[in-house]
Design a binder for this molecule. Structure first.
Ligand code: PSU
Ligand code: MN
Length: 304
């Protein structure tokens, strides 16, 4: 019933039992400007290959759920305008109507699980927005982590979010939040935040084992691996704080809410930092891809 299409590379990986890492496409259509978006997507795919796994970028193209994009498809998606941003609520509707859309963390997790992919690399997850006590803006990504058994490697939560509230909701939902090789929960463009992560692991293998053990215990939901941006690539939190505040104020003034908010904030911050936020974003996504490849490789060696 679901029209599904695997890329050649993913098809071969499935046949050979090779590790596969899922990648989202909202970061391509709504997170970064053309043409860097496509260049970065290619580099990230290359990082996963270099780590011994196969990349599967996920998107819906004309009503077909794609698990892995061929080069031409990636090019077209990266240049397309007004692509829908698909989260849990939108995925089936887009497939039903023959639409085209990029997948957020939540929708990518759903598609990855459907395709038997257990590890997913991205930049940052959606979370609890600042002022959520009034706006109620909490990303569906958090619910998804509670329900869908995929291990997501991200650089923590974007500093545009309310990090302590995001951590509280993840705790309520029972989502393991595992900082990689440090105690602090990373804040996307900055390696550390003032908030300790609930869990810490120092190697891919225990992360893979914990993923399997959750399955064995019958626990629904995934894990969030919070991988700090490499030191040389970070932007200091103190420098970003006023930029983020100004972006948030501009969004409030313009009445930007819902799905449009995250892309608006990211592009406002991109402008205000003369593109440095993008350079950092690229470095952290690539770093996450490398770690995700190692976790996927470790998972192949542990029986399901
Ligand atoms: N990280 C980025 N850029 C992005 C996103 C994450 O660097 O564009 C996207 C992800 O797809 C994430 C989504 O799932 O933003 C969250 O959107 P919302 O807050 O509307 O749930
Ligand atoms: Mn939202």
């Amino acid at each position: 019933m679901i029209e599904l299409s695997y890329s050649q590379e993913v098809k071969a990986a499935r046949a050979e039992g090779k590790p596969v890492v899922a990648l989202e496409s909202t970061i391509i259509t709504h997170g970064m400007p053309w043409p860097q978006n496509v260049e970065v997507a290619r580099k990230v795919e290359g990082d996963i290959r270099a780590g011994g796994a196969v990349p599967a970028t996920i998107a819906v193209l004309e009503g077909v759920l794609h698990i892995g994009l061929e080069n031409g498809q990636l090019q077209r998606l990266g240049q397309a305008r007004n692509v829908a941003k698909l989260s849990r609520a939108d995925l089936a509707a887009c497939l039903a109507t023959g639409g085209t859309g990029s997948t957020t963390v939540a929708a990518t997790m759903i598609a990855a699980r459907y395709a038997g992919i257990e590890v997913f690399a991205t930049g940052g997850i959606g979370g609890v927005h600042r002022g959520a006590e009034l706006s109620f803006d909490v990303s569906a990504d958090l619910q998804e982590l509670a329900q869908t058994p995929v291990t997501v490697v991200a650089a923590g939560a974007k500093a545009i979010l309310d990090i302590p509230k995001t951590l509280e909701v993840l705790e309520t939902l029972g989502v393991p939040v595992i900082a990689y090789r440090q105690d602090s929960f990373p804040a996307f463009w900055s390696a550390t935040s003032a908030h300790p992560a609930p869990l810490r692991m120092n190697a891919p293998e225990p992360i893979a084992r914990a993923h399997r053990l959750r399955g064995a215990l019958g626990l629904p939901g995934g894990q969030l691996v919070a991988n700090p941006i490499p030191e040389g690539d970070e932007i200091a939190a103190e420098e970003l704080a006023p930029v983020i505040l100004a972006a948030q104020r501009a969004a409030d003034r313009k009445g930007i809410t819902g799905k449009a908010l995250t892309p608006f904030l990211l592009s406002a911050i991109f402008e205000a930092t003369d593109g440095r936020s993008l350079t950092a974003n690229i470095a952290l996504v690539r770093n996450n891809a490398r770690l995700a490849a190692k976790i996927a490789a470790a998972l192949v060696n542990i029986d399901a």
